[in-house]
Design a protein around this ligand. Structure first.
Ligand code: 5GP
Length: 362
């Protein structure tokens, strides 16, 4: 197995509906085609298209949501997405999704999220830990040892935590409803809030009351920031001091300076940035500047399905494009432990898992 697949990894920026297998999307489209709800041939080439502008990506999401927004399918895709990440040795996954409401099928934001949780419970391929509880240090060391044992009984373990996304099309009231739901579902592994959706839609001030409320209540916050040039937003987003930001592409010099001073960790999504042409070539990606400045960074997939990538592939890509070796990539992955939205006990477990994997690194 290649080192970028076998090494433990931490995924902190993955959208549920962007991470679906193509085969599942095609199967769902075929079923809806047979029911006459869509024309399969029209949809097939949209799903299989490789490069898309950022605008086209959001049109694709509207289509994906038509295919996936029912409780049974939400459960299915959650299970598959978690199993796919676990199969490439993601030991800690923060999965984000936008709770959806659809009266015609009796779906509320809460029932949508219950379907997601059902998907986590349905995972059988690996052990999933998603309900926060105090982890006993000895148990956790035993469990790392178990994972290392080559005795045929080895079970992989992946920690999963959930972030609820606010879509930039939503109103202040809808955003607050999402934050309230996150608070109610804290005991079920929901740890934070993400602001995402088409960056050309909506205004920062619309979401600010909900984000402030979330912050006051102690939820972790990550914001899609600087995905498109927007002088009105980058500065207030940095001033807000979220625990992390995603992308950080279109920053003026002064904003980049502020980012570096603030030490807000950045979720870097290389393939996504290149495929949407937000960045014209990987050689000029801001990863290099931030990495050289020792700014906190974590490599992520964004939408592994939509952009036909995987977290392993992102590590391989960064290693090749930026001339970083296996050890440097391992350290990069390990540094991500610091920025996860989970407690010290989970962090401690992950340190143990990376220490154990480091022994096998040659
Ligand atoms: P979902 O929240 O439905 O599980 O995942 C898909 C949604 O995530 C999209 O409709 C969009 O709101 C958000 N999303 C996925 N990828 C991106 C991205 O690259 N940028 C932004 N701003 N939002 C995204």
């Amino acid at each position: 197995m290649e080192w970028w697949v076998s090494m433990p990894k931490i995924e902190l920026h993955a959208h549920l509906n962007g991470s679906i297998r193509d085969s599942t999307l095609l199967e769902l489209a075929r079923v809806l085609g047979e029911k006459g709800a869509i024309v399969f041939s029209d949809v097939e080439h949209v799903i299989m298209k490789n490069d898309r502008s950022l605008g086209e990506v959001f049109k694709l999401f509207d289509l994906i949501h038509i295919l996936t927004t029912d409780h049974k399918t939400v459960t299915r895709i959650t299970k598959e997405v978690v199993e796919d990440f676990a199969s490439e040795n993601v030991v800690y996954l923060e999965l984000r999704t936008t709770p959806k409401k659809n009266d015609s099928i009796g779906m509320s934001k809460q029932s949508y999220m219950e379907a997601v949780i059902e998907g986590l419970r349905a995972v059988t391929a690996v052990d999933i830990d998603f309900i926060p509880h105090k982890i006993n240090t000895q148990d956790s060391l035993n469990s790392i040892a178990m994972n290392d044992a080559c005795d045929g009984t080895r079970r992989k373990k992946t920690y999963v935590r959930l972030l609820l996304s606010i879509d930039r099309r939503e109103t202040t009231e809808a955003a607050i409803e999402t934050v309230k739901l996150a608070l109610e579902m804290r005991g079920l592994g929901v740890v934070g809030i993400d602001l995402s959706g088409n960056p050309d839609v909506g205004e920062w001030n619309t979401f600010l009351p909900a984000l402030k409320f979330a912050q006051e209540q102690g939820l972790y916050i990550t914001l899609h920031c600087g995905e498109v040039p927007n002088r009105q937003e980058v500065q207030p987003m940095l001033d807000f001091l979220p625990q992390r930001i995603g992308h950080a592409i279109f920053f003026e010099e002064e904003e980049r300076r502020q980012l570096k001073t603030s030490k807000i960790p950045v979720e870097i999504c290389l393939t996504s940035n290149i495929k949407t042409e937000s960045i014209s070539s990987i050689d000029i990606h801001h990863f290099v500047d931030l990495y050289n400045a020792k700014h906190p960074l974590v490599l992520c997939t964004d939408d592994a399905g939509v952009f036909s990538t995987s977290l392993s592939n992102e590590y391989k890509l960064a290693s090749t494009a930026f001339g970083l070796g296996k050890r440097e990539m391992f350290e990069l992955a390990r540094n991500g432990i610091e920025f996860i939205f989970a407690g010290d006990d989970v962090k401690q477990y992950l340190v143990g898992a990376f220490d154990s994997a480091a022994k096998k690194l040659n």
